[in-house]
Ligand binder design. Structure first.
Ligand SMILES: [Zn+2]
Length: 332
């Protein structure tokens, strides 16, 4: 089902903040992370007691340098409209980062769509009469927020198996943008509510190949049967919140991953942390007190060594962290 299981060639190219690169150049990739999140999504400067832009940028560069030393070579910033996306700010980090950074389009559709995102879409040559589709396709093919940085993926979010009309609209727009550009769709879901399987059904029913979809936050459940069911449809499972122990502890996350690997599912799993350098929802003081192990380096410093002790081999790790992301992100 997947083209790049063991040794099969990985093809296509991927837009990054440093230009478009051949997919095999990505190397070890964290596919669901954030640099700077602001749930208020202001258009102007951020107002937060703990926010200082220059300091945040320096911190991001330092954390990316540490990741590069641990072997990470690419990172997807899934901060989309609704979460305070600012491509210009991330570009300042990318200019100094040894890790290739990628951007995403879409809409964090459990929150209202910021009106400025649609204004930006209206300033562009229209490809559709739906401004949300124009926004996504413009981001994927022209550039984000007036930069020449193109999005490498589409992100949409649903927390309910029966999403509200505006959430459904975001999914339908994502289908159209993916269909026209070949870009993959990475989601936010809540496996506890049944939204994971429901959103996958919605996307596939409308024509997105399951192999172009990551069902995000699958690692928030220990229901291995449910995850095996999602995998049986051909989608990738996003075990993408290691370290987010305020939702589920890492011990349970690791146990679930090992059970999936035992079922031979390495070719359909991607690993990440959904961490952030700075988020107004969980600012540094909150993280230090409430979830100190939720960091961009959790996988490398704690989880991967634990997997290795449990007998997970380099080939399986490379499958999940190198080949799967490259297969998914490579566009013809
Ligand atoms: Zn996220």
């Amino acid at each position: 089902m997947h083209a790049a299981r063991h040794g099969a060639p990985i093809t296509g190219t991927v837009p990054t903040f440093s230009g478009t690169v051949p997919a095999p150049r990505l190397g070890q990739t964290l596919i669901h992370e954030h640099l700077f999140v602001n749930v208020e999504e202001p258009r102007g400067p951020w107002e937060h007691a703990e926010w200082d832009e220059d300091t945040a940028i320096d911190t991001a560069v330092r954390e990316l340098e540490a990741l590069a030393a641990l072997g990470v070579s690419a990172l997807m910033d899934l901060t989309v409209p609704g979460l305070g996306r600012d491509a210009g700010r991330v570009a300042r980090v990318a200019a100094r980062s040894p890790v290739l950074l990628m951007a995403a389009t879409g809409w964090y559709s459990t929150r209202p769509l910021p009106s400025h995102a649609l204004e930006e879409a209206r300033e562009r040559p229209a490809c559709d009469d739906d401004p949300l589709i124009d926004l996504m396709i413009g981001d994927l093919t022209l550039g984000i927020q007036g930069t020449d940085v193109k999005a490498a993926a589409i992100k949409v979010a649903s927390d309910s198996p029966d999403p509200a009309p505006e959430t459904r609209h975001a999914f339908v727009a994502a289908v159209e943008a993916s269909r026209r550009t070949g870009a993959p769709i990475l989601t936010h879901s809540d496996p506890a509510t049944g939204s994971s399987l429901a959103q996958l059904d919605l996307l596939v029913r409308r024509g997105v190949p399951a192999a172009r979809i990551v069902v995000g936050h699958c690692g928030d459940t220990t229901d291995v049967a449910l995850l095996a069911e999602i995998a049986s449809r051909g989608a990738f499972l996003g075990l993408d919140r290691f370290g987010m122990e305020q939702v589920l502890d890492d011990e349970a996350r690791v146990r679930t991953l090992l059970a999936l690997l035992e079922r031979g599912l390495a070719s359909q799993i991607v690993l990440s942390q959904d961490a952030a350098v700075f988020s107004t929802a969980t600012p540094p003081s909150w993280r230090a007190a409430r979830s100190p192990r939720w960091r961009l380096d959790s996988l490398h410093r704690r989880i991967i060594p634990e997997l290795e002790r449990a007998g997970v081999g380099q080939d399986e790790l490379d499958q999940m962290m190198v080949r799967n992301p490259a297969t998914l992100l490579g566009r013809a």
